[in-house]
Write a protein that binds this ligand. Structure first.
Ligand SMILES: Nc1ncnc2c1ncn2[C@@H]1O[C@H](COP(=O)(O)OP(=O)(O)OP(=O)(O)O)[C@@H](O)[C@H]1O
Ligand SMILES: [Mg+2]
Length: 371
């Protein structure tokens, strides 16, 4: 290989990153500064279970990027390590968004797996009860992004879980996580009355707290002296304006570090940080992307081909049919309803002399979907 090879040239100097992975969204840090209060509250709610007693249900809430997912994943892994009697199960409800899907997963957890299709929810529920009878552990169910289940049949699922003790089995504690503080009050009356729970609030991070977290991440991911205190302060101030969101802070750090590395700089400058600021797409939208099915993506690609904004639904049916994608108009309509629930698209309906036209807008760019 010649020294002038473009790949060799680009990777030759590593001026900024030591380990970029620790800035990736799925990295789980071993320490979570400023979340001791929430960690203690969760331990207090769950520890009795490890000691043969009964755990509390927990409702965890707070704005985007407040550390709910990171903290729960950390607590779950600590609980697994601490006790063989408890089996915590973390479920992201973008992936498990129906009662059927969750019950099917539960049959697997209690070692009574069933074929993936063709069983009714009541059959699945019976299998779960049967499995629990012989299980020598108690599952703890963590439902992250619980809103996604609420949109569907989350109430029925909670009802199933909460009446497990009436069927002679040990109660299974549930932890619900959401941005929406009103979830407990929106549960059905029959569920609400038996869902006794502790609430654990995750408030937005202050600029000082964001600075601490950024410094810690920078020391894991960047070479020494790649970042100055002023630059840390600038990123923290930006994330603080965007709702005290730690995800914004870490994403901005990662993008700024990339900008610096691309420019072959020895240090991240304020310019590199400012160039990383733009990107107004909301996180709520981005979160759903990894959980979209191939059919959802085919619909989205069709919409992008038609410009992505205010696309009349009829044009979409015609486009997808012309591409030989085997989705019926009815199926496309169902997929659009699902995409709207996930906030991936917004639809509007115009009523004119010629009838009603549904128009669809995708809430993110094509590039975001591909990445
Ligand atoms: N106290 C902390 N220390 C270190 N990193 C943190 C801390 N809190 C959050 N993070 C990091 O910030 C990012 C966002 O956190 P997380 O995903 O837990 O937010 P969230 O509250 O679940 O947000 P959302 O409501 O959007 O799901 C993650 O990369 C996480 O690792
Ligand atoms: Mg989360």
């Amino acid at each position: 290989m010649s020294a002038s090879n473009v790949f060799a040239r680009v990777t030759r100097e590593n001026t900024i990153f030591k380990d970029e992975r620790s800035l990736s969204p799925d990295f789980i840090p071993d320490a979570l500064p400023h979340r001791d209060g929430q960690i203690n509250a969760l331990v207090y709610a769950l520890k009795p279970l490890a000691e043969g007693g009964k755990a509390s249900n927990v409702f965890v809430f707070g704005p985007p990027g407040a550390g709910k997912t990171a903290t729960l994943r950390y607590v779950v892994s600590q609980l697994k390590e601490f006790s063989g009697r408890v089996r915590p199960v973390y479920l992201n409800c973008y992936g498990y968004n129906t009662r059927q899907a969750v019950l099917a997963e539960l049959t697997r957890i209690v070692e009574r797996p069933v074929p993936s299709r063709g069983m009714s929810t009541s059959e699945l529920y019976q299998k779960v009860l049967e499995g629990l009878k012989f299980a020598n552990f108690v599952p703890v169910l963590v439902f992250d992004e619980f809103d996604q289940l609420m949109e569907n049949d989350g109430n029925d699922l909670l009802y199933d879980i909460l009446r497990i003790p009436e069927n002679g089995r040990v109660a299974i504690p549930v932890i619900l996580i959401s941005n929406d503080t009103s979830i407990p009050s929106r549960l059905d009356a029959r569920v609400r009355s038996s869902f006794s729970h502790e609430s654990v609030e995750f408030g937005p991070y202050t600029p000082m707290q964001l600075k601490d977290i950024l410094r810690e991440r920078a020391s894991l991911s960047l070479v020494p002296n790649a970042i100055s205190p002023d630059v840390v302060g600038l990123i923290a101030a930006h994330a603080s304006k965007r709702g005290g969101d730690c995800r914004v802070a870490i994403e901005t750090l990662r993008k700024a570090a990339r900008n610096a590395e691309r420019a072959n700089a020895q240090q991240i400058s304020e310019e590199h940080v400012r160039a990383a600021f733009e990107d107004p797409e909301t996180h709520a939208v981005q979160k759903s992307i990894p959980y979209l099915s191939e059919s959802h993506k085919q619909v989205l690609k069709g919409l992008f081909l038609l410009g992505g904004k205010n696309v009349p639904s009829n044009d979409l049916y015609v486009k997808l049919a012309s591409q030989g994608i085997g989705l019926s108009d009815r199926r496309i309509r169902e997929l659009l309803v699902e995409l709207e629930k996930r906030k991936a698209v917004t639809t509007t309906t115009d009523v004119s002399g010629r009838g009603r036209t549904k128009r669809i807008t995708v809430n993110f760019s094509e590039q975001t979907m591909e990445n």
